[in-house]
Write a protein that binds this ligand. Structure first.
Ligand SMILES: N[C@@H](CCC(=O)N[C@@H](CS)C(=O)NCC(=O)O)C(=O)O
Length: 207
């Protein structure tokens, strides 16, 4: 199994952490989605990461679809139950975290690809508002000690990776003390071996 993508991509890092959590061996293809767009495009026609190349060559794209496959293999150890209200809640919490990260990504791209005079303040402001609202909703929805209470779920990894991305690319969205429960979760998650195994190395940054 090959995980394609750099760890400064929050969904790629999330897939890596879940692979580590399940104890599923994999190797990395850490080419940059921007630096080697042609190469990534040969794996995923959308030229996006993460992608997961299975041992028979089948390629999976889209975080939720990749994790769905990993959950199926994990069986009873899956980070989300197979059905029911808990499943819905966990997947919705993860969707909120993923969406918050994607809106932060939109700001980062706007700033990366456009010189200041060509940026849309209206678009940037809209995205920043969506990021702030997403973070507030995540904070309000947290249980404890983990995101959904007593056990780790996909919500924890999704939230942690989005927070990590914000710290890297949009730290202004995370002023110290504004989201105390998210900060506590981040600290607790940072001690997990599967999280430490997917640290962002210095050479894994856009582009
Ligand atoms: N919804 C997708 C989002 C994937 C995504 O946007 N990945 C970013 C990196 S974090 C990417 O590949 N960006 C390059 C581009 O969109 O051109 C998923 O979860 O897999």
């Amino acid at each position: 199994v090959i995980l394609v993508g750099q760890y400064d991509s929050f969904p790629t890092r999330r897939v890596a952490m879940v692979l580590h959590h399940y104890g599923m061996p994999f190797v990395r293809d850490a080419r940059s989605v921007f630096g080697d767009a042609a190469g990534i495009g040969r794996i995923n026609p959308l030229v996006r990461i993460p992608a997961l190349v299975l041992d028979d060559g089948e390629v999976l794209i889209e975080t939720a679809a990749i994790l769905d496959h990993l959950d199926e293999i994990a069986g009873a150890r899956a980070l989300v139950p197979r059905a029911g209200v808990e499943r819905r809640r966990i997947l919705q919490q993860a969707a909120l975290a993923q969406g918050t990260g994607e809106k932060a990504g939109a700001v980062a791209y706007e700033r990366h690809f456009h010189p200041p005079e060509a940026r849309s303040a209206a678009w940037e402001g809209r995205c920043l508002g969506q990021v702030a609202a997403g973070l507030a909703a995540l904070e309000a929805g947290l249980s404890g000690p983990w995101a959904m209470g007593g056990a780790l779920t996909h919500g924890d990894f999704a939230i942690f990776c989005t927070l990590g991305y914000l710290r890297l690319r949009l730290s202004e969205a995370l002023p110290a003390g504004r989201f105390p429960r998210l900060e506590a979760l981040e600290t607790a998650m940072g001690g997990l071996p599967e999280v430490q195994a997917a640290a962002i190395s210095a050479d894994e940054a856009m582009p």
